[in-house]
Design a protein around this ligand. Structure first.
Ligand code: MG
Length: 317
């Protein structure tokens, strides 16, 4: 069921679309009227999930996403003020026209190795990026790529850089966040040369000062400047329990990536009911579905399968 606001918006889109296209055939109107269904649930999508398929027809693709029941987006593909070569203001307009709100964006600084001498270059990247994103009205800018962290010293340096990114974001009215994969659950040691992955890393001989990288990030970033977007699937792949982290850091983990091996709910390895229950308890306002490459069918079909799972799930409010 559409609500009145969407109906009015869609009705105006139909007439505008008709004028622009020089036609207003019924089929076109019928398709347009299905934009942005009001499901009563707030479901976000990380657009990376659609891969290249989205860029075959961005306005049409965004409308399909709205029709599936998604209402918010997290961008990917930022570079030099554009999202995959599309002006950000134009991208926002297309999203709005499809009834979708852009809440967040994924972006990485140009270097992976952080050093004392390139901190300025990284800060310059965040200044431009924060300015570009403030203009389109997102709330969050999130770094999804792990910088080099081979020792506890490197973890500390990365946290300094994250704090600076957080300060820059804040000055622009945004919130800076960090998104994990699995290797953040590796351990490092003081003076170390490599990350060591796995529950038994360093075994019984765990040297003094050994720390899991993700724990180091949480400990050494300023809660007033840096939030965390926990990718629940990658936490599991990192041999850790996302729930444990959500319970331990309710104020730090403010965003989630809701992800499974492929389409949500199919692998059986993710306890989404407990994850959602904890997210509501913690007051998490936004989460984004993420899907990597599907092994059969299209990305759009996979993304629809994820929406269907969440729309059906009684534990998703
Ligand atoms: Mg993710």
């Amino acid at each position: 069921m559409q609500n009145r606001r969407n109906f009015i918006k869609n009705a105006s889109l139909i007439s505008l679309g008709g004028i622009l296209a020089g036609k207003s055939d019924l089929a076109n109107a019928a398709a347009l009227s299905k934009f942005s269904v009001d499901t009563g649930k707030k479901i976000g999508l990380q657009i990376y999930s659609l891969g290249k398929e989205l860029y075959e027809n961005v306005p049409g693709g965004l409308r399909r996403i709205g029709q599936m029941g998604y209402s918010t987006l997290e961008l990917a593909g930022y570079r030099d003020g554009k999202i995959n070569n599309i002006e950000m203001a134009e991208f926002r307009k297309m999203a709005e026209d499809a009834g979708l709100k852009i809440v967040s964006s994924h972006l990485n600084p140009p270097v992976r190795e952080y050093t004392a001498s390139n901190k300025g270059e990284i800060a310059d990247f965040w200044k431009k990026a924060a300015d570009d994103h403030a203009k389109i009205g997102v709330s969050y800018i999130v770094q999804p790529g792990q910088p080099s962290t081979r020792s506890t010293e490197e973890v500390s340096l990365v946290c300094e850089v994250f704090n600076e990114a957080g300060r820059i974001a804040k000055e622009n009215g945004l919130i800076f966040g960090y998104h994990n994969h699995d290797m953040e659950f590796s351990r490092v040691i003081p003076g170390g040369k490599e990350m060591v992955f796995g529950r038994r890393a360093f075994g019984r001989d765990m040297p003094k000062g050994t720390e899991m990288i993700y724990d180091g990030f949480l400990r050494q970033t300023d809660p007033a400047l840096v939030i965390f977007e926990l990718d629940v699937y990658w936490a599991v792949m990192g041999q850790n329990d996302p729930l444990e982290y959500m319970k331990k850091y309710p104020d730090r983990i403010q965003l989630l990536h809701i992800k499974d091996r492929e389409v949500l709910g199919q692998s059986g390895m993710m306890n989404f009911e407990q994850i959602f229950n904890q997210a509501y308890k913690n007051g998490v306002k936004d989460y984004f579905v993420e899907l990597e490459r599907v092994s059969s069918g299209t990305q759009f079909e996979g993304v629809k399968g994820c929406a269907d799972y969440l729309l059906k799930a009684p534990f998703v409010k």
